[in-house]
Design a protein around this ligand. Structure first.
Ligand code: CA
Length: 224
């Protein structure tokens, strides 16, 4: 009975959302294990917006945001291709490529990606600048139990990590919505103004599980 109670309390603790406002995840070394797993209760996305800020000096391919479902390991993936110097949103295992971005090392970049299943169009907002709108795929939603991983790229549902695609650096302000944000809402996110927090992932109420060396640190954005 006591054990059951304790287990119950531990589970409750693990499921308690954390407010990470003003904080960031630091991934300080290249490994094929260190990652953060995020939990969303949404099971279906007919449209999606994912925003995050990232900071790295990697000069190779890497994943910034990886969401897998049982049927699509790249259900929603944001991947930097170093060879072609392009940011690649993958949606339901279909890749699109956005080129011409000024993805500089050692500075924060805010990246928002939108997609909707009706038009099948994806668009990237890189440091507040819109990309062209590109057809990826249409007609069906992203469905099934979603595993969201930061720090590694999933080749299977919750696993299949690759050292050469691991993220090293800092990540912050991760939000996910089950609809396409308006350009104005995206500008508010980019400028750090009052925006509607994600209804699928909310940085101010995030359910997370850390494996290996990932730190939660203050961003120290100002000295005031
Ligand atoms: Ca991979």
């Amino acid at each position: 009975m006591k054990l059951l109670l304790l287990l119950g309390m531990l589970t409750a603790c693990a499921a308690t959302p954390q407010d990470l406002s003003g904080k960031m995840f630091t991934f300080p070394q290249q490994t094929k294990t260190a990652h953060v797993r995020l939990t969303t209760t949404k099971q279906e996305f007919t449209a999606i917006t994912v925003c995050h800020r990232s900071f790295t000096d990697l000069q190779r391919d890497h994943a910034i945001f990886s969401m897998a479902t049982p049927s699509n390991s790249n259900a929603f993936l944001i991947f930097w291709d170093q060879t072609h110097k392009e940011m690649e949103p993958h949606i339901k295992d279909t890749k699109s490529e956005i080129t011409g971005l000024n993805y500089k090392s050692n500075m924060w970049h805010s990246i928002c990606t939108t997609w909707d299943s009706t038009t099948g169009l994806a668009q990237l907002w890189f440091d507040g600048q819109r990309s062209i709108r590109k057809y990826v795929n249409s007609g069906s939603a992203i469905r099934g139990s979603a595993v969201i991983v930061l720090g590694q790229e999933q080749d299977s549902h919750g696993g299949g990590f690759d050292l050469k695609q691991a993220f090293v650096g800092m990540l912050s302000d991760v939000h996910m919505w089950d609809y396409v944000l308006s350009p104005c809402e995206i500008q508010k996110y980019v400028n750090g103004l009052n925006f509607t927090p994600g209804n699928a992932l909310n940085w101010s109420a995030l359910e997370l599980q850390i494996t290996d060396r990932v730190l939660i640190e203050d961003k120290h954005e100002s000295c005031v």
